[in-house]
Design a protein around this ligand. Sequence first.
Ligand code: NDP
Length: 448
Amino acid sequence: MSTVNERIERIYAEVTRRNQGELEFHQAVKEVIECLGPVLRKHPQYDEHKIIERICEPERQIIFRVPWVDDRGEVQINRGFRVQFSSVLGPYKGGFRFHPSVYLGIIKFLGFEQIFKNAVTGMPIGGAKGGSDFDPKGRSDAEVMRFCQSFMLELYRHLGEFTDVPAGDIGVGAREIGFLFGQYKRITNRYESGVITGKSPKWGGALVRKEATGYGAVFFVEQMLAARGDAIEGKTCVVSGSGNVAIYAIEKLQALGAKVVACSDSDGVIHHAKGLDLDLIKQLKEVERRRIRDYAHTHRDAQYVERGNIWDIACQVALPCATQNELDEASARKLVANGCIAVSEGANMPTTPGGIRVFEDARIAFGPGKAANAGGVATSALEMQQNASRDAWTFEYSEQRLHEIMTNIHRNCYETAEEFGSPGNYSIGANIVGFRRVADAMLAFGVI
Ligand code: NDP
């Protein structure tokens, strides 16, 4: 009879064998299942019913050609993906990513993470992710529209408010969601608001959805600090990225009295020691779609470092809000050496396994993305709720709901980490909370 740990190792070996070359997916699976030994020992029925093995295999994967015509009349071909990972807790739910780095391994890592993150929110949503290797950067609005229309022409048949409800992610914001929803409506002849979230509040979207991931990541760090008798006010912070999540993380940090001194994009880093000018960042990034280097043209006392490492900048609180594996072991060491006491992941899997180990060894407060950035998808579920009841809540009420959800997520992760003998370890807490919710539903449904 093999031990639980040996069986977990065998499951991982089988995942890498069946999904060759999908490195990010392997990393995401490993990170979850290596926490599950104590859970399987406490609940042997999960092992008997092969719950982990089943969760690691997506329920359905769709890969398709996306042909479209650019502004010069040239035919372009991209590849589209939708990985419908788990629908045991509700309709598949998870965003679309449009970025040239997208391939099956990225979509599967994101979809796998999404299962547990969605379960951690406690809301009735399953896990999925989709996207394409299409790069919206430098494309005209008309090109983005034609791409989105072609993408939806294939995908619409797999979606529906009770089936699969996508949203945005990297490269997919309000503009893309509008084109995607418009095409879905046209093909199906249905005004099915609940089929996609992240819509503009002018036509069925929820207030606070745009802000939710960034605000939520800050509420999470606020809770982690409160658990240690500390507060965010007066802290010096660094936020990587300058997209949707980063901008609203900066907004909430500033509102709570913190000073945010740096942000970035994929070209470089802006360091403004007296505190970032958020209105300018919004104008550059949300309105004019420009690069963060242009910030230094307005603020001469700010430094722009092309290809710089944002984690070299000293701070007490760090929020990685750009992309996966952006914060490695060396950067984590630098942050700790510079006095960082808390990290909250706005992005998905931004810290490498080596980086996480450094934070754990240093016993700083570390909020993993599955918990810390779950406010985005939770508010998407609130958008679905408003769509279903043809209602629209106020900003204040929606933000209050988000705050309650993040407080509950923090408490559940904290208590579960304690229950399983790892007090203060939110990664273990989040993985176990999410896994148990999914596993119990799977047991109830039988072998499906
Ligand atoms: P955006 O496209 O709005 O912004 C992404 C930001 O990250 C941009 O500043 C981008 O710079 C930067 N970035 C992207 N790739 C890289 C890279 N390889 N190296 C350095 N910087 C990079 O995306 P979001 O803000 O929506 O998403 C950011 C992260 O948050 C992602 O990990 C996403 O999965 C996660 N997330 C998002 C949610 C949401 O609600 N939007 C919900 C939960 C998680 P550039 O413009 O140069 O590409």
